[in-house]
Design a protein around this ligand. Structure first.
Ligand code: AMP
Ligand code: MG
Length: 414
């Protein structure tokens, strides 16, 4: 299609943006709780085995597997109870042939024992005797020292976004602080003479600036330090001034509006004067125009003005780029397959990001349907949606019952 010659595909633009971006300099050492959701800036290795000692996986009785020699599972085993090992209170004596100790989950298994029978498979005719039936397999129910981590093993790698599990994982090694990449600073503003901020009165033809609120939320979810620069009018010197001060204070600058072909050319002019910017037309819907480049030491993203285009282009291009700047290893949106329950209308030419509602049946089947009117200024369907349905550029309409690619919105599934 000749029209598509001048258009770049979504993945082409993703590749161009991501391959250019390096992780920012700047590392900080933070306490474990502060490390949640931050990006690890170091590899972390174990300094001792975990678990540190053999311990019991069950409440029951510990004894030597030698007691089981030549026994079959039908036979019962009678042992003398000579002591106990509770979590935090290990048994310090010796266990001889014919002897066992009472043991609890997590309690140290003494050197003389290597097998634990669960309590439910025992009887105690008197307080000094345990009768085991059925007998366990040799070495059963013992968690070996080092079977989670061995001393010296690298267990978390640079670039990992630290999850609640990772905090626990670090805690098992007694690690109180880790190095993470510093927080990104992002400045953003809206451009347009028609835009008013909340609290101002609307004049004839005006609308409220809503993009600064979607951007606020999207950036906040990425744990970014925000610099909200408000609305900048369609005015050459105001725009130039805004770009200038934004680039001075931020790692990245994000604007919305004013990048469409033919409109307010001074935005382009200004950017070309201040930095190195590409103006791309992307074969996607919504969100065709995108400006990307650098002003000074800052990266610049000029998003289209329409509210849904802002969210769609942020999700496909800006979020992966910011994650890369933070040093994160996985950056592109997760895509899964779901069955569409209805016809999805589309013309071949551009990649569609249709607003969808994804549901999961009790049997686990994923189904998606259209969330409503798809025009790029309509927030009703965007608000109702919990995913984008991604339909490839060359594809036409999709019949009900076919499988489609779906990107669940971040936050919904992690
Ligand atoms: P533009 O890209 O500046 O031509 O804007 C495209 C459309 O998006 C126009 O209808 C604008 O009024 C609208 N728009 C631009 N910026 C915003 C904003 N910050 N909030 C809401 N709508 C906007
Ligand atoms: Mg405008």
């Amino acid at each position: 299609m000749s029209q598509n010659k001048q258009f770049l595909s979504v993945s082409e633009v993703q590749q161009r943006i991501i391959s250019d971006i390096k992780a920012i300099d700047g590392i900080e050492q933070v306490a474990l709780r502060q490390a949640l959701n931050r990006i690890l800036a170091q590899d972390v290795s174990a300094t001792f085995d975990t678990p540190p000692c053999d311990n019991s996986g069950m409440d029951g009785y510990a004894f030597s597997s030698k007691e089981l020699t030549n026994m079959d599972a039908q036979q019962s085993l009678k042992l003398k109870i000579i002591g106990q090992s509770f979590a935090g209170h290990p048994f310090t004596g010796k266990i001889a042939a014919g002897e066992a100790i009472r043991i609890m989950t997590g309690a140290q298994v003494p050197d003389d024992a290597d097998t634990v029978v669960m309590q439910e498979h025992t009887e105690t005719p008197d307080e000094h005797t345990v009768v085991i039936s059925p007998v366990p397999k040799a070495f059963a129910n013992v968690r070996k020292a080092g079977d989670d981590l061995t001393n010296g093993q690298t267990f978390l790698s640079r670039g990992k976004k630290l999850s609640p599990t990772d905090l626990a994982f670090l805690a098992t090694q007694g690690i109180a602080e880790v190095k993470v990449t510093r927080k990104l600073r992002v400045a953003f503003f809206s451009t347009g003479d028609e835009l008013r901020s909340i609290g101002e009165a609307l004049r004839e033809g005006d609308i409220y600036d809503s993009n600064r609120y979607s951007l606020y939320g999207l950036l906040k979810n990425l744990d970014i330090e925000l610099i909200d620069m408000g609305v900048i009018p369609d005015d050459r010197s105001a725009i130039e001034q805004a770009f200038h001060s934004a680039a001075n204070i931020a790692d990245a600058v994000i604007t919305s509006g004013g990048v469409s072909v033919g409109e307010a050319d001074f935005v382009k002019e200004t950017l070309e004067k201040l930095g190195q910017i590409n103006f791309w037309k992307i074969a996607m819907k919504p969100g065709k125009p995108l400006a990307f480049g650098s002003i000074g030491n800052s990266l610049f993203f000029g998003l289209p003005g329409n509210p849904v285009s802002v969210i769609a282009t942020f999700y496909q291009f800006v979020q992966p780029a910011l994650k890369r700047m933070k040093g994160q290893d996985i950056v592109l949106p997760l895509s899964i397959k779901a069955k569409t329950s209805e016809l999805l209308k589309k013309r071949p030419g551009r990649t569609d990001f249709q607003r969808g509602i994804l549901t999961q049946s009790v049997t686990g089947e994923l189904t998606v349907k259209n969330a409503g009117a798809q025009a790029s200024h309509v927030l009703t369907s965007m608000s109702r949606a919990n995913c984008f349905i991604v339909i490839p550029a060359e594809s036409g309409s999709i019949e009900a019952g076919e499988m489609v690619d779906v990107q669940p919105f971040e936050g919904l599934i992690g």
